[in-house]
Structure formats: structure tokens, C-alpha cells
Design a protein around this ligand. Sequence first.
Ligand SMILES: Cc1cc2nc3c(=O)[nH]c(=O)nc-3n(C[C@H](O)[C@H](O)[C@H](O)COP(=O)(O)O)c2cc1C
Length: 275
Amino acid sequence: MTSRDPWTGLTHPPAPDDELWGLFHENSKVGRHYLGLPDAAVLARMRELSESLSYEQYRAVPLPSDRAPLSAPLGPVMRGRTSVRAFRPDTVALRQLSSLLHHAYGVTRPSAETGQVRSWRAAPSPGGLYPLELYVHTTLVDGLRAGLYHYSPARDELRHLREGDLAREIASCFVQGAIAYDAPMFVFLTAWFERVTFKYGDRGYRFALLEAGHVAQNLNLAAGALGLGALNLGGYFDHELDDLLGLDGVTASTVYALALGRPDTSERAAEPRGD
Ligand SMILES: Cc1cc2nc3c(=O)[nH]c(=O)nc-3n(C[C@H](O)[C@H](O)[C@H](O)COP(=O)(O)O)c2cc1C
């Protein structure tokens, strides 16, 4: 019997070693020599870093604690998930938005209960560091003025950062801008890299993106259970979108975006949209 080369039959050419992604991937691998920071140093740094942004000077909007329940069974919700590319102009209830955000990245057990430095959240996070911040743009949420908001998981509230319908500005930030006029809600997932790279170095960057995937999937499934749908969007102009959110693009930057609302399943929705 001849020993079989495990790569035989693969049709991919070898990864070029001068591409940025290849260099990054190679340089963010964990080696056995890697010792990491001592636990005491990690805890000290965690105490210095904010758990979540506060936006103290902005108007607070408490999120209703009687959140819309996710009572739909998981199997049908998962099987029914599909990208929603047209939304109905229906109002979304604040209880639904509250439920979406809570199930995406909300606090599930406060630190006062667990005795740990960070409260537990609905999404897993490497080292429990929670490097993400969520921003929401809404035009059609009942009881919320149109505008841009920041979500605080610890306080279970929004802070109203910018007043008014920003669909035009948001549209100019996306490759497929038309969706911004259609979707009643957008959630922007942003990463504050130092919160995770101080411990994990370059691999922390990978971790921030992986965590964003968890949060996005939570949003997809919670949306499905609430009779809503989502379009996950990676095609945005980073500088423009970070500017819109007030991020410098280095310390913090947008890593993912989701358009959310009630799906439009009519024939109109099936027409070509010219994106
Ligand atoms: C990371 C990521 C980025 C995406 N970015 C876009 C995007 O910018 N525009 C878009 O129309 N769809 C985007 N999508 C949606 C995919 O096109 C879609 O999930 C895929 O076609 C499979 O279809 P389905 O979601 O209906 O199963 C993205 C999906 C992922 C996972």
C-alpha cells in the first residue's frame, strides 16, 4: 500500500505568501511557546478598560423589560432563515427591538451575581472580554424617534446619539445603498480592538470578528423568532461608515452590519432592485 499525500486531489493552488490575509493568518497562529499574560495582569487591565461605552451626555431611552418573547421553536426558525432583501414599511415594536438587542448581546447574568469582572452576555466572548459595541439606526420603531442610538447592555438602554432619519447617509456608506431606504432598522457591530488584543495580541483581532459572527447569528435567529428578517452586510465603505458612527477606524471600527425588519414577500419584492 502506498502512503497517500493528504493534499492530493485538492484543486486550490498554494496560498500566496505575500497576500495580506496569508501573512496575517500565519502571524496570528498560536504557537506552543506562547505564554500569554498572567491572570493578575489580565484582570487589572480588564478593570481599567470600560466594559461598555456610556455616552453619558446623550439622552437615555430605557428599553422595555417586558421584551417580546422568542417563543418560536428553534428548528423552524433556523430552517426558515434566509437573506431578506426587501422589507415591509411596517412599524416594529420597541419590545421587539428590546428583545433583539438583549438576545444578541445583552447581559444574561450581571457581575454582581457571578462575582466576576464582567457580566455574562447572550453571546460567547474570548476571555469574557466583550470587545463589541452595538449601534442602531431606526426609522420605524414605535415609541422611538428616528435616529442613531448606542445600545448599553449593562443598563439595558439606548442613548440617542443623532436625531433624524439618516437613511441617505447610511445608503452612501453601502455598496448596495438602496437597502438603507427600505429597512426600518440597522444594527452596526463595531469592535474596540484593544479590549481583546491586550490579552490575545493579533489573534485577538480574529476573535473580535468571530464574536461579531456570534452576535449577528443571534440577531438573525431572534429576528426570525419575532417574525422579522435580516440581511447581513459586509459590503460597506469602512471610512464612511466609521465616520457616521463617530469611530476613528483604528481604535474602533465597524466589523459587520445588519438590516432588519419585517420581510416583504410580495411580488414587488421579487422585482430587480438595481443594486
Ligand atoms: C459575512 C457576510 C457578508 C455579507 N455581505 C453581504 C452584502 O454586503 N450584501 C448582500 O447583499 N449580502 C451579503 N451577505 C449575504 C449573503 O449574500 C447570503 O447570506 C448568501 O447569498 C446566502 O443566502 P441566504 O442568506 O439567503 O442563505 C453577506 C453574508 C455574510 C455571511
